[in-house]
Unconditional design. Structure first.
Length: 417
């Protein structure tokens, strides 16, 4: 199915560019702190501002995607965040209140990117067979690692050669180019037009909807996957935000392109492997929920062990190994809870994914800011990685106890690509 493969490749690239824009500030955190005289708490405010915006558009983005199509929501949001990324360096020249301007820019970036993954979950749940979901989602999900890898490598070099502004120009312009190519070559004119009344219907929750919301949110498997997603998202956001600063301060002589590249390079094949392994085991007759839980044990449990080890080592080589293992194994979540939402309720997967990601973003705000406070107060990075392990463990326990993979919605219409 050539069209499906092309869309998968383009969505992978879109996810890559999403993370290029998202990780631009963490990559430049040390340079920005030095340039504007920020301490750790102020850096934490800027880093966490993204998640305040990110949590506000998850649910509505997922619901609109379920109603009007995830591809339209993806392209609209990408256009906006690409433009914002390009103009962010220019904002610092408007006023001397750099902290306020950059925190506001990150908040708006979060608003715009918040709809992406709920829209993606909605699109895949309606267009991809259950037996292919894990590998498809894992393939598209590798864009998060690939994007962090690209911005970690190219961004570090641009940062050293041309300054922090060039990192923003690089990621923003590439995003706008991706939007143009997708619109021109993959969508026709009818698919690009969104009538106003159609969008209005997407914003409303119809009383005649086939999805029984009250009954849905009374089911333990729904809350299990939401809690697990909340935990894994916030733990990942914490690592994503603070790992570059950890390496820069703990190993000041190390090269940025090494610690900003290697962990995410490792994560790409592990994500693809997790998706292949999951679909293969299910095709061999193993229960879907057994495989989902097995993947989650690796993604949340085993990865947390390596995160704890990262906080205890003084060797740069060992730190790279532990960081790579922790980040790489977290990609097994793509074949666990990330597709479990689609198992449970494909007719409203976008909205449910949005609910989980909203919680993850809210907890991410707290965790990212709390991590900055812990470092400032204790002077120990071990406390940050302990926080990551605790948060991961809570979500894992909830999913192991109450997780299921049988459909709990009532809409059986699932269109395949």
């Amino acid at each position: 199915r050539p069209e499906c493969r092309v869309w998968t490749a383009m969505l992978l690239l879109g996810t890559c560019l999403l993370y290029c824009a998202r990780v631009a500030v963490p990559i430049c955190a040390v340079a920005l702190s030095s340039r504007f005289g920020w301490d750790k708490k102020q850096s934490g405010i800027v880093l966490s501002s993204f998640f305040w915006g990110y949590c506000l558009t998850q649910v509505i983005g997922g619901h609109i995607s379920d109603r009007i199509g995830g591809e339209k929501v993806l392209l609209l949001s990408a256009s906006a965040w690409g433009f914002l990324t390009v103009v962010t360096p220019l904002l610092t020249h408007l006023s001397s209140a750099h902290l306020v301007l950059l925190a506001s820019s990150r908040f708006l970036m979060g608003l715009l990117q918040g709809v992406y993954f709920p829209a993606l979950a909605s699109l895949l749940s309606q267009r991809v067979r259950e037996s292919e979901r894990a590998f498809t989602y894992s393939t598209v999900g590798t864009g998060s690692q690939f994007g962090t890898l690209v911005i970690g490598g190219a961004g570090s070099l641009l940062l050293d050669w041309y300054g922090w502004e060039s990192v923003f120009y690089f990621s923003g312009l590439l995003t706008l180019l991706w939007v143009y190519c997708t619109c021109k070559y993959l969508l026709n004119e009818k698919e690009l037009v969104i009538p106003l009344d159609y969008l209005t219907r997407g914003l409303s929750l119809s009383k005649q909807s086939k999805v029984p919301w009250k009954q849905l949110f009374r089911k333990a498997p729904i809350w299990a996957v939401i809690v697990a997603q909340l935990s894994t998202s916030s733990a990942f956001f914490t690592l994503l935000s603070w790992l570059p600063t950890f390496f820069k301060e703990t190993f000041p002589e190390s090269k940025g392109w090494v610690f900003n590249v290697v962990p995410w390079l490792v994560a790409i094949p592990t994500s693809l492997f997790s998706g292949f392994l999951s679909d293969h085991l299910i095709s061999q007759g193993y229960k879907t929920i057994t495989i989902r839980k097995f993947m989650q044990v690796i993604g949340s449990g085993v990865s947390s062990i390596f995160a704890l080890c990262l906080g205890q080592t003084s060797s740069f080589c060992k730190a790279i190994v532990f960081a790579s293992a922790s980040v790489g194994l977290q990609t097994f979540n793509h074949s666990g809870i990330s597709v479990n939402v689609q198992d449970l309720a494909p007719s409203c997967a976008g909205l449910l994914f949005g609910v989980g990601n909203t919680g993850g973003a809210l907890l991410g705000v707290i965790c990212v800011y709390l991590a900055g406070c812990l470092i400032e107060t204790t002077g120990s990075w071990g406390s940050v990685f302990s926080l990551v392990a605790v948060v991961n463990s809570v979500g894992l326990c909830a999913f192991l106890l109450f997780g299921e993979a049988q459909r709990v919605d009532t809409d059986s219409a699932c269109m395949e690509l």
